[in-house]
Design a protein around this ligand. Structure first.
Ligand code: ADP
Ligand code: GLC
Length: 484
């Protein structure tokens, strides 16, 4: 049988452009699918940083006739990992300073509906009979709201490719005024409960979830949670109706990019057999961040977007209590300005004990994974979460809230799980400051028992989070959708 052809549509892909975990997934999953023999091409908007890396790409199509959209071109080349990449070059929509979704002031681009409708529309053209390419995908794999309109556009084409949408975060839905239905070239009939209407708005994500042949999300636990009121974000009814076409697949991690044995960002590489090297990374991190260079004090690490989702407000709230244990805290992140200020105020109040770096810093994120003793993820909800898996690979047990993919990837440390070798971190139940505090105390007690702590760290490092297993699960979904 001919190789399966998949068009993978995404709004970010590491290492080209990254704001969060979607980029990590889009950088690694297509490569893992290629290894399974799938013929994958990634479609990505031509933001300035992307365009600067595509100077040798070939122009393979020009779109001048799409009503309502500026002229755009399709460039073809390869990602560094060898995966074929199609870049949608549309200077009118993507060539500007700022991020993929927001301007330099952190405000959403006012034309985001048009920007990502074009991405979705071009994906649908490539998945349709009238594609300008000789390569015809069997299936278009969309990700999040930014490519959510693709299944809707495909629905109105005959003989088009099948579609799957992956929900990386149901909280971001791409809801825009109704008038966009017409301007973005969709029929008025699509604006219905049985379509892309959502509480009087046109919803890109709902369109994807309604029209796609199959829906996946990034952990089995989150697949269950989003069918319930608490974490369904208003979409639980639709997701319940589609439960037979909803699959949770835990993300993998890029084991080359995140490998303490070869990570170029670390002061000293190490693995579970040469675990002592980890201590040098702690010392280097303390030094770099201006913390007291004390090997014995537990160092808690955070690398995160600063948003309500991530629950860091609870950690900031109990920081004064944590100082009494004592512990050190290092935080890297950006987002919510009030949260950034609160974190920086604490760093001023506790010099040498709390260090905060506001911003996005790839190297430091690796150094925190390696140099911290424990990694903190008290997320209110977390579709999958990648850092808790990176930290396990780095022998840095994560401390997580019992939610989403965190619950699927971390086994709470207690006498039973320590004895059977499954313990890999600390899980707290009930999103309160006291529960978080209590669990940090519990983790520090284990930390003080050298033998138990070493067992825990080594359990973490022995876990398999490779993409291969997850890529096979995606392949099963594609096969099911295509009736193969
Ligand atoms: P989310 O996508 O919800 O932000 P994930 O845990 O899935 O959460 O992925 C976040 C990714 O972004 C990880 O690779 C993490 O290391 C990275 N990251 C988040 N904030 C920063 C930052 N300030 N600097 C560097 N990397 C960051
Ligand atoms: C989203 C989620 C995160 C997930 C990532 C990649 O950003 O918030 O939990 O790991 O997507 O799937």
């Amino acid at each position: 049988m001919a190789a399966m052809k998949i068009l993978f549509v995404t709004s970010e892909a590491a290492p080209l452009i990254k704001t969060g975990g979607l980029a990590d997934v889009s950088g690694a999953l297509p490569a893992a699918l290629c290894k399974l023999g799938v013929d994958v091409r990634v479609l990505l908007p031509g933001y300035p940083v992307v365009m600067s890396k595509c100077s040798n790409f070939e122009v393979v199509a020009t779109f001048t006739y799409l009503t309502g959209f500026p002229t755009s071109r399709l460039l073809s080349g390869k990602m560094d990992n060898g995966v074929p990449l199609l870049v949608l070059d549309c200077p009118g929509l993507y060539q500007r300073d700022g991020g993929p979704y927001q301007d330099t002031q952190g405000r959403d681009w006012s034309d985001n509906a048009k920007r990502f409708a074009l991405l979705s529309k071009v994906a649908a053209i490539l998945g349709g009979r009238a594609t300008p390419l000789a390569w015809h995908p069997n299936l278009v794999h969309c990700n999040d709201w930014q490519s959510g309109l693709t299944p809707a556009y495909l629905h109105y084409k005959s003989g088009a490719a099948a579609s799957v949408i992956t929900i990386h975060n149901l909280a971001f839905q791409g809801n825009f005024p109704r008038s966009n239905v017409h301007t973005l070239g969709l029929p008025a009939s699509s604006y219905s409960i049985q379509g892309l209407e959502f509480h009087g708005m046109m919803s890109f994500l709902k369109a994807g979830m309604f029209y796609a042949d199959h829906i996946t999300t990034v952990s089995p636990n989150y697949a269950r949670e989003i069918q319930q009121d608490e974490l369904g974000f208003g979409m639980q009814g639709l997701l319940n109706d589609r439960t037979a076409q909803l699959t949770g697949i835990l993300n993998g991690i890029d084991e080359d990019e995140w490998d303490p044995a070869s990570d170029p960002h670390l002061s000293k590489n190490y693995d579970s057999k040469n675990f002592k090297g980890k201590a040098l990374n702690k010392q280097a991190l303390q030094k770099r961040m201006g913390l007291e260079e004390d090997a014995s004090i537990p160092l808690l690490g955070v690398v995160s977007r600063f948003t309500h989702q991530k629950g860091l407000d609870l950690l900031l709230e109990i920081a004064p209590r944590l100082m009494e244990i004592p512990v050190q805290l290092v935080m890297l992140g950006s987002g919510d300005v009030a949260m950034q200020n609160a974190a920086q105020n604490l760093a001023q109040r506790y010099p040498g004990k709390i260090a905060v770096m506001v911003g996005f810093n790839e190297a430091l994120s690796h150094q925190i994974e390696a140099g911290a003793d424990m990694f903190m993820m008290p997320s209110r909800f977390e579709p999958c979460g990648l850092n808790q898996m990176y930290s396990q690979r780095y022998g840095t047990p994560p401390l997580v809230h019992d939610t989403g993919g965190l619950a699927d990837s971390v086994v709470d440390c207690n006498s039973t799980t320590l004895a059977d070798g499954s313990a890999s971190g600390f899980v707290f139940h009930g999103m309160t400051a006291d529960n978080l505090h209590h669990t940090i105390l519990r983790a520090v007690a284990v930390y003080k028992n050298n033998k138990e702590w070493l067992t825990l760290c080594k359990n973490c490092m022995a876990k398999d989070f490779s993409w291969e297993t997850s890529a096979k699960a995606y392949l099963d979904v594609y096969n099911k959708v295509l009736g193969r």
